[in-house]
Design a protein around this ligand. Structure first.
Ligand SMILES: [Zn+2]
Ligand SMILES: [Zn+2]
Length: 373
């Protein structure tokens, strides 16, 4: 059945040909070499078979990818009876060759990687909690080592014995085409051991589902996306293998006053135009629970930033704090009393333009622009 002629060559296609091109080329050739049209011609019959075989492979994107990579070796499955017994075709090669790269552990069942799975737990905290740190109890449903058999999976008083099929390696090897294929031992499912009398509490798994309460220590200074690892608190490994880890993914809720960038805290503070003109102080309630007095210099403009050193977020697992940055927004009054309006009218009469050098400069530039100079 096996041929050594390149499938693309047989189908008279480029290696880059798309599915449609391959299909129409196959149809043309199949018609040409069809036994009905070439009765008794051995050559045509062979060619027809070869073309069909080539098309069977290349029409399937997965098979085509395997062929592109490994050539005919990908399909020499037990040729002449000398190869492995029943390997279920190329999908096993695929798994064996790529399995390790494509998500390794999650594919499960491979002997040396029987450590339990890592788990993820998402936790939402406030910015205040991120500032101060937090101790928190969480409950998670995870599989833990079975108490009855201490994770062995064997009924207490009995023991697992070494698997005879794989001599305890958990893996068997077989020659498949050019490859030596290694796969989980079918007798012991990769564990290397066979249990005669399984533990009745865990049915031989060595682990049971349990609701567990864990104490999580969130250190001060954590940020959105910070992960806290609880070593060994993930899934139990099968039959006494070490457990995985539990990762707490932290999410920090939006704060109604502060925004954060690293250790710097930002806040926008609207101030009245009189405070902006005359100067003053304002009090900002910090995340540390203290009120921060911030001095506003006379004549401050909108957009100006005032920096309070050390009033920002703590440095995660370090010393000190970032800064608090206050961005000033000067607010124009919109509800004036009659008295206030009179005072402002009076004020305007005294204006010379020198009070506001920026607008003064702007208007004189406008005048020059229209004067043509
Ligand atoms: Zn058990
Ligand atoms: Zn085995």
């Amino acid at each position: 059945m096996s041929t050594t002629i390149d499938y693309y060559e047989l189908l008279e296609c480029e290696r880059t040909a798309d599915a449609g091109t391959i299909k129409s080329s196959y149809r043309k050739l199949a018609m040409k070499y069809h036994p009905d049209k070439n009765a008794g011609c051995k050559d045509s019959e062979a060619k027809f078979k070869a073309v069909s075989e080539a098309y069977d492979c290349l029409k399937d994107p997965q098979k085509r990818a395997a062929y592109d990579r490994f050539g005919h070796a990908a399909f020499q499955n037990g040729g002449g009876g000398a190869g492995p017994q029943d390997f279920g075709g190329f999908s096993d090669i695929f798994e064996s060759v790529f399995g390790e790269f494509m998500g390794g552990r999650q594919q499960g069942g491979r002997a040396q990687q029987r450590r339990g799975a890592d788990l993820r737990y998402d936790m939402e905290i406030t910015l205040e909690e991120a500032y101060h740190g937090k101790q928190s109890d969480i409950t998670v449903d995870i599989s833990v080592a079975c108490d009855t058999c201490h994770g062995s999976g064997a009924k207490p008083g009995t023991h697992a014995h070494q698997c005879k099929t794989c001599a305890g390696h958990g893996k068997v090897r077989a020659q498949q085409g050019f490859f030596v294929v290694e796969r989980a031992c079918p007798a012991c499912h990769g564990s290397g051991e066979v249990i005669d009398t399984p533990c009745s509490d865990c049915r031989g798994e060595g682990r049971v589902e349990q609701t567990k309460t864990l104490n999580v220590n969130v250190p001060p200074g954590v940020d959105e996306g910070t992960r806290v690892r609880l070593s060994g608190e993930g899934e139990a490994g099968a039959r006494g293998a070490p457990p995985g880890d539990l990762y707490i993914f932290l999410h920090v809720k939006r704060h109604n006053l502060f925004e954060r960038e690293g250790t710097t805290l930002f806040a926008r503070a609207p101030i009245s135009f009189t405070t902006a003109s005359l100067g003053g102080t304002m009090s900002i309630p910090g995340l540390d629970g203290r009120a921060h007095e911030i001095r506003i210099p006379a004549g401050i403009q909108s957009g100006k930033q005032l920096r309070q050193r050390g009033a920002g977020m703590p440095v995660l697992q370090g010393r000190g704090h970032g800064d608090l940055v206050i961005q000033i927004d000067v607010e124009t009054p919109t509800k004036l009393s009659t008295r206030q309006r009179e005072l402002l009218e009076l004020f305007r009469e005294t204006e010379t333009g020198d009070e506001c050098p920026q607008s003064q400069g702007f208007f004189s530039r406008l005048k020059n622009a229209f004067a043509g100079e």
